[in-house]
Design a protein around this ligand. Sequence first.
Ligand code: PXG
Length: 459
Amino acid sequence: MLDNIDSAMNWQALDAAHHLHPFTDHKDLHERGVKVIERAEGVFLYDAKGNKIMDGMAGLWCVSLGYSRPELVEAAAKQMATLPYYNTFFKTTNKPAVALATKLASIAPEGLKHVFYGCSGSEAVDTALRTARVYWQTLGKPEKKIIIGREYGYHGSTTLGASAGGMVDMHRQSGDMPNFVHVIPPYWYGKGGQMSPEEFGLYAAKEAEKKILELGPENVATFIGEPIQGAGGVLIPPSTYWPEINRICKQYDILLIADEVICGYGRTGKWFGTDYFGIKPDMMTTAKGLTSGYLPLSALLMNNRVADVLINEVGEYYHGFTYSGHPVSCAVGLKNIEILENENLVEGATAKGELLRAKLNEAIGDLPIVGEIRGVGLIGAIELTADKRTRKFFEKNGRVGVICRDHCIAAGLMMRATRDTMLFSPPLSITEAEIEKFAAMAKIAFEKTFADVRAEVAL
Ligand code: PXG
């Protein structure tokens, strides 16, 4: 079938005729024509036109080991040949699911010992939010059901996830369930004004406390937050933020959910963003880097406080997915973690991230449109600015970001723009030589962006 199409038809036209894409303006896509990615190796993608593109985003923040790792392929093939599928509903389990849960309990932050599987970050988030409400209901507090998220937060695309996230465009399109409330993100660069980052971190946390007091803590089930807000712009909270959120959740008896779908499995140079920031979550959602994206898998981890209620008091929990604990995904997850450990890729992300930011600073740091280059481990962002000194954004926010993204791709570097913030999260397997290349391509793309901006101002 694939070969037939290859010789006889046009992939772009067929894609336009039959394939609906996620988060896409289809009219615009059909006019431009979709890029067909044909194969990938290491940190490089190859499209059907023969272009070679460095993947500065690790797919969608997930391909931690890089592409074409034979060990993951072998782990999947072996498990497929042994037990390709069986459910975990019928009082049954499978060895990869048990082995992976055991492994996750050993690398997870203190106390998070219980694992619930899904296929996507969205399913993990949905499960965590449902579980938070079920927890309070079971303890006789059904009114404790408000979920607090943050502006610019991203928690997936189910209706619960979209409601918990802080993306207003998603809310507009039926992602605005009742009993969801949003507070300000700890985004110092964009919202910190004259405050120091530390002052602003405390301020942002105290805004959450104010909101909780206004709603009544007896009505609030949980606070959900990404350790670093990824899709929202790689918003790295000041050091004062998470300790204060820990305190607030404890003081008002509110469950804390760390959404580690992007930060988890080494992105920050620690196994979890929770380790990096000292967050004390009751539940932790993970996905993406768990299998390096080779197969869909998510794991929601929870502590004894929550799991004891689920296990001993709820009775049957009417929740689960056909593919919960999928043996092939779990086998790949196990192998992926083994490789992360054997090749020191988690610890290695700290030094690689520092090198990448240093090289980017050398290459583009002095450009007048570069307001800030920030990062933790191998997740980072570059703020494009109209005025470096005052951190002023461009008018018509998002336009320069798209220009810059297009220059990056043309230069051979896949980067993503949120508003006018350029995001990067390359595979953890990226080498020093590839980091040099990354910065060299960024230099070309950002200089061109600057030239475009300057030309417009001159007009
Ligand atoms: N939580 C977080 C923190 C995420 O980043 C999800 C939940 C949902 O995961 P699934 O597997 O259901 O997609 C995510 C996903 C982007 C982008 O453009 C980010 C995500 C997904 C798609 C695009 O940055 N993050």
